[in-house]
Structure formats: structure tokens, C-alpha cells
Design a binder for this molecule. Sequence first.
Ligand code: PLP
Length: 408
Amino acid sequence: MLTQEDILRLRADFPILNEKIHGKPLVYLDNAATTQKPVNVVNTIVSHYYNANANIHRGVHFLSQKATEAHEQARQEIADFIGAKNSNEIIFTRGTTEAINLAATSFGEKFCSQGDEIVLSQMEHHSNIVPWQLLAERKKLKINVIPISEQGELDLNYLKNILNEKTKIVAVAHVSNVLGTINNVKKIVEIAHERCIPVLLDGAQAIPHISLNVSGLDADFYVFSAHKIYGPTGIGILFGKEKFLEQMPPYQGGGEMISKVTFEKTTYSGLPFKFEAGTPDFIGSTAFAAALKYVQTIGIEQIEQYENELLKYATEKILEIPEVKIYGNSKEKSAVLSFNVGKIHHYDIGVLLDQQGVAVRTGHHCAQPLMDFYKIAGTVRASFAFYNTFEEIDFFIAALKKAVKMLS
Ligand code: PLP
């Protein structure tokens, strides 16, 4: 396992972790919202702007070809990282949200018609609800919702029973951004595939924490954002199996995605460019790949193991505080701790923690249906990354105790 010495060495790659907030050392526990960026990612952005900036594809000049090569190399490295068979199956998007909008719009256009059904779950982020609702309104579809237990686990028997010949897709989170539940996505894919129904997995919260192989999982679509895994903001991917992407129509029109344009008829590029209208974020893509390389040098299994220990420690410590209620107690859980303390408003706790330098997130975490299930307005959420230390957890718990005392 990563030792505290390893962690201290790795922390040096993240200059922001030395910041003082309100005169106190920063304890950054808002990693599920976005992760901090290591020096190699920031340097990749800087060096590409300084040395390799030219618009990609179709350029005959040296710099354009250099930038194109770096962008396509990044696509290949992302494909390798997630175990995709072919880099054509990696579509660059602005992030998870755009990837799901692309999938819902384009898949829905091709494969869904009035009366068809889509399956989501109670624990989805709004990004994996609203795009499907927009589609459902447009095409008059029905949305079925997999319920969860009090512990925050999906009811897979319900899923088995609800699937029918009208079900066109199952779209669920790999890991919940509120509960930390690691869903049994292998089983979900198996259940859906028994009935030849494709599955989209929202991997936004899985990608920084657990090793992924989309081919092994047999996922049909998988989406995530670079900024959740130490990469830049504004870029992410949709992985889709070629057999679906080939049949799906373009999502946006413009340059890059065409083969031939006339006013009478336009034909489109092949994969992946059919889905990438306009100038892509070719600087972001190289920084994205640099972030994945950084994670690979540490080892995702090592990260997972260490974060599990952090979560276990934080959970034990927080439960020492009277009236703490943790939301999300599934057997398989990732590095997220959502909680409330008695009747104290989550926002007040967040403000008092901030004053002590501790950054957590408060509110509904873009999961209002999940808040409705627990009959709460929101929670405090501490979310961990491998650069967090046990000492920081102690500091966080002490700060929380102080906040609770002031608010009680
Ligand atoms: N899905 C999940 C589970 C998330 O946690 C998030 C962001 O927190 C998203 C989707 C949306 O990601 P983005 O805002 O990067 O598009």
C-alpha cells in the first residue's frame, strides 16, 4: 500500500495543496467535484501552447501535424487506459454531461420510438437524468427508475423484472457521487444483455478510484470527465461500441465531422470524427492523457487500496460524533462520505469548515431525486483523493467537532 511517505512525495506534485485558506492550511476534501492537477498536467498544457499549437487535422504544415499526432495519440492512450478495443470508439466531448447528452440524443434518435422505455436509477446525477428526460419528452418514452435500499444499493431484482421488449437502454452510475456506492455494473450489464438491451455507465466518479476495463465489463457506452481524474476541465469522453456508434446519427453539425458538403446533401466522416464537430480541445486532450499517465505511474489499484483505508478511518472517526448520520453504507463503497449531524443545516457546517481551511461540498450534489428518497434537502460531502492524508482526516474531524459545538 502507499505509505504516508509516498503520499507526502506525491503531494509535492500538487502545488495548490500548500495554499492557506483563511490563514489555515488547505484540507481539500471536495475531490468528487473536481480533483487538483499535478504539475505534469499543467506543464503539458503550457508546453503544448508554447511549442505545438496549431489547429489539427487537414493541416499540411509541420505544427498542425505535430498537434494532430499528439491529439490522436491521446485518444489511443485513453482507449488503452479504459481497455477499449479501438480508439475509434473514443469520442471527445466537453465532459460527462455532454457525453450523456450526445448518447441520449443520438441513440434515442436512431433506436427509440413512442412507447419505448429507458431505465435509470434513484441515485443518478442530474446529468444522467435530464438528457434522458429531454429525449423522453421528444419521443414520448417512459422512464423506469431502479429503486435503492436505505444503505444505498440498487435493487437488481427490480431491474430484472422491469426489463421488457420495449426497454431500449439502461443508464446507471458506476459509482454514486453522493453515496459512494460502487454498483455491481458487471451484473447490471449481464442482466441487460440477457435481453439484448445496451447499457450506458456514468463513470464520472468511478474513473479516479477503481480500475476499469470496458471490454471486460462489456459496457456498451461509458462516459467520464478528465477533471475528475486529475486532468483539465472542459474535456471528457464517450466510449461507445462501434456497432452502435456506426448506426447513430451525428449529434452536432459543422466542420471536422463531414466527408462532403453540398447544399443538396452532406455526407459524414467515419468514427470518431462524425461526432466531433468543430475544433476539438486538442490541448486538453494531451493534458488528459498526461493525467492518465500520472495515475498509471502510481497505479490505480494502489490508489484504490489507500483511499479505502482513508474512507474506513474517516468513517470510524466521524461516527464518534453524536447524531452523525452517514448516507451510503453499501458493502462496496468508494471514497465519498456524505453525512448530516442532527438537525444542523449542511450549509452551516460547510461554512464553518471552510473557515478552518477544510473544503467540503454541501447541498443536493445534483442528485435531487436521491435527496427526495432520504427526505432531506442536502448533505455535507467529504470526498477523498490519494493525496489526502490521515492527518488531514484528523484535522477535518476536529474542525467538524468544533463546528457542531458552535451550531448546537
Ligand atoms: N455524473 C456523476 C456521477 C457526477 O458525479 C458528475 C459530476 O459531479 C457528472 C455526472 C457530471 O460531470 P461533469 O460536470 O464533469 O460533466
